[in-house]
Design a protein around this ligand. Structure first.
Ligand SMILES: Nc1ncnc2c1ncn2[C@@H]1O[C@H](COP(=O)(O)OP(=O)(O)OP(=O)(O)O)[C@@H](O)[C@H]1O
Length: 309
C-alpha cells in the first residue's frame, strides 16, 4: 500500500495564551488536490505554516513522506514546496532572475538550475515572460510565478495558502486549472474560505472551524452531505400545516408568514414535484417554490456539532 505523503497527528498550536488549532488529525494521499476549507480565523494559515515547517507547533507531529518535520526539517522540507498567503516574490527581479534564485536556495545543483527554471516556467505557462520584471506582471501571472517557485525542485507535496485570493474571475479559473494540472504529478493541498473553490478543484476536503477539524472526507461525500433539505413555498390558499407534514418524506412545516411556509424533508428529489401536484389538485394556489441552500456558516455550524467519521 502507498504511504501517505502527509500525516498530521494531534496537532495543536497556541499563540501566547490562545489556542488557534486543537487536535487536528489528517492524512494526504500521494496524488490529487486536497482543499482545506475554513472561515476567516479558523486556523488554516496556522495549519499550513506548521505543515511547511515555517511555524513550530505547540503539540503534535507532522510527517512528510514518513519523515518527522520537527526532528528532520531539512530532509522533510526538500519534499515540499510552499506558496504562503503573501507570495514571497521579489518584484524588482525578472521572472528568470527570481526563479534562478529560488532554485539556488533550494540547493539545486548549479548545472541543473537552467533546466529546473525552464521546466517550472513551462509548467506554469510563464515562459513568454522570462525577462519581464515581476512588478510588471498581473496578479494572475504573479501567482503563477509563486507556484513556479513552489515546484522548482519537483517536490512531492505542494502547499498553497489561499492561492486565488485577490485575483479576478478569469485569473481564478486559470489558477485553479494550473493547480489541477500540477496535482497530476504530485499531491497539492490548498486553503480557502470559498466553498465553491474547493468544490471546483478538489478530490478531498478537510474543514476547520474554530481551530477544530469538523469534516474530513471526499468531495463527493461532502456534496451529498450538504444537499438541500428544505423548501420555501408561497401558497395563496395554504392548507393546515398538519396536512403538509403528513406528506410522505416531509419532516416538518413551519409558517413564516400568512402564505410562506418552510418545508423540511428527508433527502429525496421528488418532494417539490409532489408539492406542485398537491397544490394543483387541492387548489392551494402555489405562487413560489424554491430549494433552500445552506450558507457556509450554517454548514460550519451543522458540521461542528457532528461527530467525525
Ligand atoms: N501571530 C499570531 N499571534 C496571535 N494570534 C494569531 C497569530 N496568527 C493567527 N492568530 C490567531 O489564530 C487564529 C487562527 O488564525 P489563522 O490565521 O490560522 O486563520 P485562517 O483560517 O488562516 O484565517 P484567514 O483566512 O483570515 O487567514 C485566529 O484567531 C487568529 O487571530
Amino acid at each position: 500500500m502507498e504511504k501517505n505523503i502527509v500525516s498530521v497527528e494531534h496537532l495543536s498550536h497556541k499563540y501566547s495564551k490562545n489556542w488557534a488549532i486543537r487536535d487536528i488529525n489528517f492524512e494526504i494521499n500521494q496524488k490529487g488536490v486536497l482543499g482545506l476549507l475554513g472561515s476567516n480565523g479558523a486556523g488554516k494559515s496556522t495549519t499550513m505554516n506548521i505543515l511547511c515547517g515555517v511555524l513550530n507547533q505547540t503539540e503534535g507531529n507532522v510527517f512528510i513522506d514518513g519523515i518527522n518535520l520537527r526532528e528532520h526539517p531539512e530532509q522533510a522540507k526538500q519534499l515540499l514546496g510552499f506558496l504562503p498567503q503573501n507570495a514571497p516574490l521579489h518584484l524588482d527581479l525578472t521572472v528568470d532572475e527570481y526563479l534562478r534564485y529560488c532554485a539556488f536556495i533550494r540547493n539545486i545543483e548549479k548545472k541543473q538550475i537552467k533546466a529546473a527554471v525552464e521546466a517550472a516556467k513551462d509548467r506554469c505557462g510563464i515562459a513568454h515572460f522570462s525577462q519581464r520584471l515581476i512588478s510588471n506582471l498581473s496578479g494572475g501571472y504573479r501567482q503563477r510565478v509563486g507556484i513556479a517557485q513552489a515546484i522548482i525542485h519537483q517536490p512531492k507535496l505542494v502547499v498553497l495558502d489561499e492561492p486565488t485570493n485577490g485575483l479576478d474571475p478569469i485569473q481564478i479559473l486559470e489558477v485553479r486549472k494550473l493547480i489541477r494540472e500540477i496535482a497530476e504529478e504530485r499531491s497539492v493541498i490548498f486553503s480557502t474560505h470559498i466553498l465553491s473553490e474547493v468544490q471546483a478543484t478538489c478530490n478531498d476536503i478537510r474543514m476547520i472551524e474554530g481551530g477544530r477539524m469538523v469534516f474530513a472526507d471526499t468531495m463527493e461525500a461532502f456534496n451529498n452531505y450538504i444537499l438541500p433539505n428544505s423548501l420555501l413555498v408561497s401558497l395563496d390558499n395554504p392548507p393546515a400545516l398538519a396536512e403538509l407534514e403528513a406528506i410522505n418524506g416531509v419532516t416538518s412545516a413551519e409558517l413564516l408568514n400568512d402564505q410562506r411556509i418552510r418545508i423540511r424533508f428527508k433527502a429525496s428529489g421528488t418532494i417539490s414535484k409532489k408539492i406542485v401536484e398537491l397544490s394543483i389538485n387541492n387548489g392551494w394556489q402555489l405562487t413560489e417554490i424554491l430549494l433552500e441552500k445552506s450558507s457556509l456558516d450554517e454548514i460550519f455550524a451543522q458540521l461542528s456539532n457532528r461527530p467525525l467519521r
